[in-house]
Design a protein around this ligand. Structure first.
Ligand SMILES: [Zn+2]
Length: 288
């Protein structure tokens, strides 16, 4: 039985590899599971969150409470501490091999990355900045908390704020470049009507999505934030084959595609690259 399953999984990997080889306009839809393989916590799992942040547990401040404009107005030291911690964590970790594999495929294809992740790992791994929409924003950009302007700007300093990890309070907050008030992450938070968005990235995606892609690859989606699942479904209904890479079978509930790889993102991309290896021989040689 075990062996039978392994053979089926191997067949599916080959099938997916063929789809990717054939594709000229693939759309990669990446979510929390992609980041998790680079040790970026998702905070969907409440226990892990409480364990990381005992001071928030004492005050009963959940991740969704802190990731909100409300928290930046009412619990500023904790709200910035939460993001300062995440910036430091993201900086301390590296984009895994899966990011490199996607970038390598995109060098020869007219594809696109649509990500719900805010850790900036796709751009850090070297993807083209006109080939990505960070649809929920990025922790490496800031905007004005009071939206005195819709402008946003890059801010890559680590550390950015002072952070007392014992109490999880931050101080020395970044300032708005325009009004000198408090700046906040350029991220679409919970209950957030003030995120200023990224018109250039949004325009790139709108241009790409004028025609359905010839392949959509959904990676590490979580039922809690199914933004990417619904984009995949939208294109699937217009004839685009959808590959779904997810270590839990419930992750295939929304798209319910036949091309389902029950795997983590990094492992799947490394395997797919290995299978396609011969066709990309010159690239392989250069890496060695
Ligand atoms: Zn301002």
């Amino acid at each position: 039985m075990r062996k039978g399953l392994a053979v089926a999984a191997r067949e599916m990997l080959r099938e997916v590899s063929r789809l990717i080889e054939k594709s000229r306009r693939p759309l990669f839809l990446t979510s929390a599971g992609m980041s998790a393989d680079s040790n970026i916590p998702t905070f969907r799992d409440k226990d892990g969150y409480w364990k990381n942040f005992p001071p928030f547990k004492e005050k009963n401040l959940e991740a969704q409470d802190l990731a909100s404009p409300w928290a930046f107005r009412n619990e500023l030291p904790h709200a910035w501490a939460f993001y300062e911690w995440r910036r430091r964590n993201a900086r301390a970790n590296q984009p895994h091999e899966g990011y490199r594999v996607i970038n390598k495929w995109l060098r020869r294809r007219d594809g696109f990355i649509h990500t719900t992740n805010t850790d900036g790992l796709h751009l850090r791994s070297g993807c083209r900045d006109d080939r990505i929409l960070e649809v929920h924003g990025s922790m490496w950009r800031l905007q004005c908390l009071d939206v005195c302007t819709r402008e946003f700007w890059e801010e890559h300093s680590v550390p950015l704020c002072d952070l007392d990890t014992a109490t999880m309070t931050a101080s020395n907050y970044p300032a708005c470049k325009n009004c000198r008030g408090i700046a906040r992450p350029h991220i679409l938070m919970f209950g957030d009507g003030e995120y200023s968005g990224h018109p250039a990235q949004e325009k790139s995606f709108a241009r790409f999505a004028q025609e359905p892609p010839d392949l959509a690859v959904l990676v590490g989606s979580s039922g809690a934030v199914p933004t990417n699942d619904y984009i995949a479904l939208h294109f699937m209904e217009r004839g685009t084959p959808v590959v779904n890479i997810n270590p839990t079978s419930s992750g295939n509930r929304i798209v319910n595609t036949e091309y389902f790889l029950e795997m983590k993102g990094e492992a799947a991309f490394v395997e797919l690259e290995r299978i396609a290896g011969d066709d990309d021989g010159d690239e392989e040689l250069r890496r060695r």
